[in-house]
Write a protein that binds this ligand. Structure first.
Ligand code: PEP
Length: 255
């Protein structure tokens, strides 16, 4: 399938940055810079910023995502947030299985799968993150790791539901380190992910699914990374906190 027929998506992952007033300020700066974007533009922001962010982006082409969600509808899960809570305030996307959640907060493929299923059932669009550790790349098991994550994280997700899933390939060694995967490395794994989707579903589903690259993508390297056939967008951490840098990446994806 022609890459241009897939939805290109640039999503900012703000992580634990920006208070509500700072979030509003950053979104106000981003909006005019990305108004002409020929790709989907998303800001995934901390929970406490979500309501302000949804309000600030109303009527614009910037969509809002959360950075995680619990799988239960409600109950005794102190500190957690449900899909219904996100839906009610107008959130559309949710980042799931980010390596920082896996690394620091005990996230597993099983819980990523539960969150993914719950998000889809509630009508949220999950951005499911997968990626290998440096050690795993050095041991030459990148494909095994990715295949396992894709299979487990998307377990029991139907072909119809898959249409609302975005996959983000984020090599853990490239996140927040300034070390970007080369465009060829990113392309190789994104193509592998697409092949796994073809195996688990079918070629049509694989051709249609949006696969982002994430890991130190910035205004300087976005052109080359996004120029690759199987790289349909980016999940952007650090550079998404600077309006001009984020807008430059959006511009690169709009070509
Ligand atoms: C991320 O947080 O998903 C990410 C890719 O971060 P950075 O762009 O800062 O490497």
């Amino acid at each position: 399938m022609d890459k241009s027929k897939r939805k290109a998506i640039i999503a900012g992952n703000w992580k634990m940055n920006k208070t509500p007033s700072q979030a509003k300020e950053l979104l106000e700066a981003i909006k005019p810079l990305v108004a002409d974007a020929d790709c989907e533009v998303i800001a995934c922001v901390p929970y406490v910023d979500l309501a302000v962010a949804v309000e600030a982006t109303q009527g614009s082409n910037v969509k809002i995502g959360a950075e995680n969600v619990h799988w239960a509808e409600s109950g005794a899960f102190t500190g957690e947030i449900s899909t219904g809570m996100l839906k009610e305030i107008g959130v559309e996307y949710v980042v799931l299985g980010h390596s920082e959640r896996r690394q620091y907060f005990g996230e597993t493929d099983e819980t990523v799968n539960k969150r993914t299923k719950a998000a889809l059932a509630a009508g949220l669009k999950p951005i499911v993150c997968v990626g290998e550790l440096l050690w795993e790349r050095e041991c030459d098991i990148t494909e095994e790791v990715i295949a396992r994550q894709i299979k487990l994280d998307l377990w029991d997700v139907t072909e119809e539901e898959l249409k609302n899933v975005v996959i983000a390939y984020e090599p853990v060694w490239a996140i927040g380190t300034g070390k970007t995967a080369t465009a060829d490395q990113a392309e190789e794994v994104c193509a592998f992910i697409r092949a796994q989707i073809a195996k688990l579903y079918n070629q049509e589903a694989a051709d249609a699914v949006t696969i982002q690259y994430g890991g130190s993508m910035n205004d300087g390297n976005a052109d080359e990374l996004l120029g690759k056939v199987n790289v349909d967008g980016g999940l952007i951490g650090g550079a998404s906190l600077v309006a001009e840098k984020f807008a430059a990446i959006v511009k690169a994806a709009s070509k």
